[in-house]
Write a protein that binds this ligand. Structure first.
Ligand code: ZN
Length: 250
C-alpha cells in the first residue's frame, strides 16, 4: 500500500468543465480549466452509471472543487471526488450560452502552456459571472474577454493604424495582421483588406469603458468583423486554423 501511495500524486484544485465525452461506455473524459494546473484532462470513472457520485456534476460550464490523483507518468488526472461550486449555465438564455461556448472554444484552442494558470482561470470564471449579472452588452463582454486573453498570451490586438497610430481605422489588413486608417490605405490594395464597419470600430474602442445601455442589441457587422479579425490574428500567430462555431448562430 505504501509503495503505491508514493507513486501516486494527489491534487486538490478548482476547475470549470470545458467539454466532456463518454469514455469506455461508463466513464467521462473531461477537459477542465483548473486554477492550479491550467487546462487538464480528467477521467471520471463510472460517471455515466446510474448511481455515480458524479451524476449532474460534470456538465459544461460547471465550476467544481476537484480531488484528483494521477501517477507521475500519466498526463491524465483521475477524479476522486468533486463538489459543485456554481452552475454558470443556470438561467442562461440561448445567446448567453453561445457566448459562453465561444469563450470555451477559444480557450481550448489557445496554447496556455506558459504563464499563471490562476490568471486564465479567473479570466473565464469572471467572464461567466459578468455575462449574466452585468447590464452591459454581452457581445462586447466577449470581445473584452478575447482582447484580454490576447494581451495575456502576449499577442495584443492594437486598435490603431499600424502606420501612423491614428485610432480612426477603417480597414484590417490580414497579411499585416494590423489595422489601417484612411490616409495610410493604398486603395489599389483594398481587395485584400477587410473593411470594418464604423459602428464596430466605435464599439471596439469603447470596450474597456462600457456604458450600461443596449445589453442585448448587437449589430451583425460587429459580430462578423470581430470574429474575422480575431481568427485572423490568432491564425497568424499560432500558424494553425482557429474556429468559433458557436458564433455562427449568434
Ligand atoms: Zn494611418
Amino acid at each position: 500500500m505504501k509503495s503505491k501511495q508514493s507513486k501516486t500524486n494527489y491534487h486538490q484544485t478548482e476547475g470549470i468543465v470545458l467539454r466532456r465525452q463518454v469514455y469506455k461506455e461508463t466513464s467521462l473524459l473531461c477537459h477542465c480549466l483548473t486554477r492550479d494546473y491550467g487546462i487538464i484532462t480528467i477521467i471520471a470513472t463510472g460517471a455515466v452509471k446510474e448511481q455515480s457520485q458524479f451524476t449532474g456534476l460534470l456538465e459544461p460550464f460547471n465550476q467544481l472543487s476537484l480531488d484528483l490523483y494521477k501517477t507521475a507518468r500519466s498526463e491524465i488526472f483521475n477524479l476522486k471526488s468533486a463538489g459543485l461550486i456554481k452552475i454558470h449555465s443556470e438561467k442562461s438564455n440561448y445567446k448567453t450560452t453561445l457566448l459562453m461556448s465561444a469563450a470555451v472554444e477559444l480557450f481550448l484552442q489557445i496554447d496556455f502552456t506558459d504563464g499563471d494558470s490562476e490568471d486564465t482561470y479567473l479570466l473565464l470564471k469572471n467572464y461567466f459571472v459578468f455575462l449574466k449579472d452585468s447590464p452591459y452588452n454581452q457581445f462586447l463582454l466577449f470581445i473584452r474577454l478575447a482582447l484580454r486573453t490576447l494581451q495575456y498570451i502576449g499577442i495584443p490586438l492594437e486598435l490603431c493604424c499600424h502606420k501612423c497610430g491614428n485610432s480612426e481605422v477603417i480597414y484590417f489588413a490580414p497579411q499585416e495582421d494590423a489595422f489601417l486608417c484612411e490616409n495610410c490605405t493604398d486603395r489599389r490594395m483594398s481587395d485584400f483588406l477587410l473593411s470594418i464597419d464604423r459602428d464596430a470600430v466605435a464599439s471596439l474602442r469603447n470596450v474597456y469603458n462600457l456604458k450600461n445601455e443596449d445589453p442585448d442589441h448587437t449589430s451583425e457587422a460587429i459580430v462578423l468583423d470581430f470574429k474575422k479579425i480575431l481568427l485572423t490574428h490568432l491564425e497568424n500567430h499560432f500558424n494553425k486554423r482557429f474556429y468559433l462555431k458557436s458564433l455562427e448562430d449568434y
